[in-house]
Design a protein around this ligand. Structure first.
Ligand code: GLU
Length: 263
């Protein structure tokens, strides 16, 4: 094959484009914490409906819980001021896109670390492990996984729950039907009105929807390890956060918060 002038130009253009792209990427990676410092505030996506983890107290309009305190500690480490953090409520469906589009710096919102998700986001070392469970109406007669054959399970879109309960039910000899919803209040409404028989997600999340007519069954399956997530390209931020989590796991800070919130 002979190199023509056209081919030479094309190769040069590609080389130049490659250099520009690597340059941009390097800058994005190197400056994240500086950019957060410059912005003067850490933007964290949290849950607003998970008691003990991330709950919006409607009386005070303040967020409360383990994941809120963790966010404040990170802000304290970055700015020397735990007040420099702004919370945004997220759902299983919205949290990833809000990292991707740069609206949020971190997600600390019962976000389970999975091998598949690690391809799309950075996750810190896990700071807590929960398990998937089931909320049913007390009047349903359902007592555990063995009673689920033919039942309809309400799960959230983009959550780990569907796969988890499907696997556990199969092992118990039950075949399930599913109904998927964007938010947890919609699943609870479907449970109340009888459109689904079971509301399944992490037990910590179910606790926010428990009332006099419903109960959380004793079964727990598919451990859910929660990690702090950041945008995949923000490698320096991810390494910084991971260092903090590892330190706080070792020095008892995280255990202290877990007992403070009785988790
Ligand atoms: N923790 C589970 C997950 O990450 C349940 C969904 C949720 O956190 O809302 O998929």
């Amino acid at each position: 094959m002979r190199f023509t002038k056209k081919m030479m130009y094309a190769a040069l253009v590609l080389l130049a484009a490659g250099m520009v792209l690597t340059g941009c990427k390097k800058q994005e990676n190197a400056n994240t914490i500086d950019l957060i410092r410059k912005a003067g505030v850490l933007k964290v996506g949290v849950k607003s409906d998970v008691p003990g983890f991330g709950l919006l107290n409607t009386a005070t309009n303040q967020y409360e819980g383990f994941e809120i305190e963790l966010s404040k500690l990170i802000a304290k480490d970055i700015f020397g001021d735990d007040g420099k953090v702004v919370f945004t409520p997220v759902t299983a469906k919205t949290r990833g896109p809000l990292l991707d589009n740069g609206e949020l710096d971190l997600i600390i919102a019962t976000f389970t670390v999975t091998e598949e998700r690690k391809l799309t986001y950075n996750f810190s070392t896990a700071y807590y492990t929960d398990a998937v469970g089931m909320l049913v109406k007390k009047s349903s007669g359902i007592t555990g996984l063995g009673d689920l054959d033919g039942k309809t399970i309400g799960v959230a879109q983009s959550a780990t729950s569907r796969e988890a309960i499907d696997r556990a039910a199969k092992e118990a000899g039950a075949a399930l039907k599913f109904s998927e919803f964007a938010t947890y209040p919609e699943i609870k409404a479907a449970l109340d009105s009888g459109r689904v028989d079971v509301f399944s997600v992490d037990r910590s999340i179910l606790a926010g929807y428990l009332d006099n007519e419903s109960e959380i069954l004793p079964d727990r399956f598919s451990p859910q390890e929660y990690g702090v997530a950041s945008k995949l390209s923000n490698k320096t931020l991810a390494a910084y956060i991971d260092g903090l989590i590892i330190k706080w796991l070792a020095d008892g800070t995280i255990d202290g918060l877990i007992s403070q919130f009785k988790l």
